[in-house]
Every structure is written in structure tokens, then in C-alpha cells.
Write a protein that binds this ligand. Sequence first.
Ligand SMILES: *Cc1c(COP(=O)(O)O)cnc(C)c1O
Length: 396
Amino acid sequence: MSVKTFSGSFTQQEPIPEAAIEAAVAVLRSGRLHRYNTDPNETSQTALLEREYADWQGAPYCLAVTSGGQAMQIAMRASGVKAGDLVLTNAFTLAPVPGAIEAVGARSVLVEVDENLRIDIDDLAAKIETSGARFLLLSHMRGHLCDMDRLMAVTDAAGVKVIEDCAHTMGAKWGTTRSGNFGVTGCFSAQTYKHINSGEGGFLTTRDPDVMARAVILSGSYMLYERHGAAPEAEAFAQIRLETPNLSARMDNLRAAILRPQLKLIDQNAERWNARYRAVENALAAEPALQTPRRPQAEYMVASSIQFRIPGFGEAECVDFVARAAARGVELKWFGSDDPKGFTSNHTSWRYGPPQSLPRSDEILSTLFDMRLPLTFSTEDCTLIGEILCEVYSAT
Ligand SMILES: *Cc1c(COP(=O)(O)O)cnc(C)c1O
């Protein structure tokens, strides 16, 4: 029997669309890269992008910023998080999330996740009680949305403000509502490995004019807030304009020009990602030991990555599985490692925050594997990847 192997790159994104390249060149030719550098009567690329993103997201207000991490920091500050406050967040997420909490001087309270990689709402309710925290930075990590109706009922009843980390759920929905529209703010990333690509970039959306006014000033608006594409009227700034510091985290016109044509493609790309996810998931179903998360009926996913667990595997078996998959060209990340490796880490390596006991999450993460599904893969590639993983497992 010939051994199946795969030769694609797990980090190769699609090229930037030609329309975006042309728009970027036009901005370069103009020399007007800063978002507030406009001709009379010109609306900047950044302001246009904010308007288009707000309309697509279905939120009245949108601010474009330099990264998803900055969007979260600004969202927390604009929502009232102060130094020393406690902020709840998922134990299963990536370093920019606890990093954002740390950067605003707050302290993280980590909440357990369940075997489907969603926040454990019972543990959340218990930790709201015991910690007294009044904020939740909810990370929809790897695109897994929890029961948002139940989560919002729990947080609303307790007066906990929710800030959504939608770095992996741009375009995803719970029921008919887009992720990001449940909490006070939604935070998004346009970094290369997310759902739209400007290298670096981010957005913050909200329905709350006061939160958006503070966010605009925090982003570094030099009092030019009237040149924004989806910000509240000038009155909303009257009170806070001199009381809010400038963190300088503005998006520039070059990146905005690159993103505007991509926004038009995101809904169709979501379907393309989901077809790739289903191809891997179907192939993995041949080996019941490889357990993929159950995707709830109410979730509309944008599955730009896939996760599976092999419960019962020990540490050495996990390390060996990753190595043997790699030898066949399949690049897996493993969340059980004590040592953080390229984009993957677990809470024990976030030493800037207080150490916390999360036995259930530790158990789940100890056998959790993760794979990117770039759109440069075909669905046939994805089937092959799933078949290889089944073979690697059965050769164990
Ligand atoms: C990438 C990412 C972010 C932040 O995005 P950047 O734009 O890289 O700052 C936030 N949360 C999660 C879960 C991420 O993977």
C-alpha cells in the first residue's frame, strides 16, 4: 500500500484580490496614507471601510484600528474596565486575549471550557458569583460559539458587561445574530491568518454611542472624530473628548483599501471554508477515536480551522502523533504542550496573570489538536488530510 502524503502549506493564504491591489496602489500614488489626510470633499478609505463594515456587521458604529488586540484593549477601556478590575475570559484562547487584559492593567479570571471547546456557562455563573467580576472578555476561540442566548441571560442578570473577541468568528452567527452583536462591543482582527487579510488590522463595533465615542478618542483621533465613517454625532464626544487618553491605534488608508474589496468576498469565503471543514470532518468520522466538536444547530460557523481530540492519549502519544502527521505533511498544533509554540499556548504559560486551577480545561486541552484550513486547500486536499490523520492514528 502506498502511503498517503500531503504537500500543501498550512500557512499559505490566497493572494490579495486584484481590485484590492489596485486600490492599494492608488492610495500609495496619492501619498495620503494617514486616515485623516484627505482632500477637501474626500472621504478616506478608512472612513469608507468603517461604514461598509458597520453595514455588513449590522452594527450602527464601527472603528477601524491597528489590530484585534488593540480592538480588545480599546473595547475594554471604553466599556469601563479600569486598572485592577477583574475580567473573566475563557481558559481556552490565545495569548492576545489574556495579554489585552494585562495591558489595560486588569486581572484575568479564567473560566473552564467544555469538550466542544465552548465556555462552560455553569462555571462562568459560579465565577461571576465568587470573583465579583463585572466584565467578560468572551473569546469565540477557533470559531466555537457557545449558547449565546443562555450566556447573555446569565451575564445580563448579573450585570456583567460582555466584550466579544470575534477574531475567529467574523461572519459567524448564533441564530440570526452575527457574533459581535451580542455584547457591548465586538472585536475583530484583519491579521493575515483571520478572515480578511491586511497583514495587521482590527475593528471594534458597538450599538452604544458613548462606548464608540470613547473608543474613537482612545484610538487617537486628534479631535478629528467627525471624519469617521460610522461614529456617533459630535454631541457624543462633548463630555469625554478631554477626559479620554490617546493610545494611537488608528488604521491607515493603505490597509483600509486592501480590506474593502475583501469584505465583499467574506460571505462566499465563509461557505468555502465550511466546505473544507466538512471534508476534513467527514474523513475523520471514519475513525471514532478522533473526536471533532459537536456543532450546535443554532451556530452558523466560519470554519477557517478544525480541532479534534483523542481522549485517552497520554503526553508521549500526543507528541508522537504530531510528529507522525508532520512526516506525512500534515501540520498539527497540540494544545497540551507546557511550552508555547507558534500561535499555540495554554494558560499555564500566561505567567503575567495569577496562576489558576482549571482541571476540566486542562484535561480537554491535553489531547486537543488543531489545524488551519487555508482557502488555498481544495476540498479534495481536505479529504486527503482527514484520511492521513485516520491512518496515522490506526498505525499507533
Ligand atoms: C488573532 C487573535 C486575536 C487578536 O488579533 P491580532 O490582530 O493578532 O491582535 C484575538 N483573539 C484570538 C483568539 C486570536 O486568535
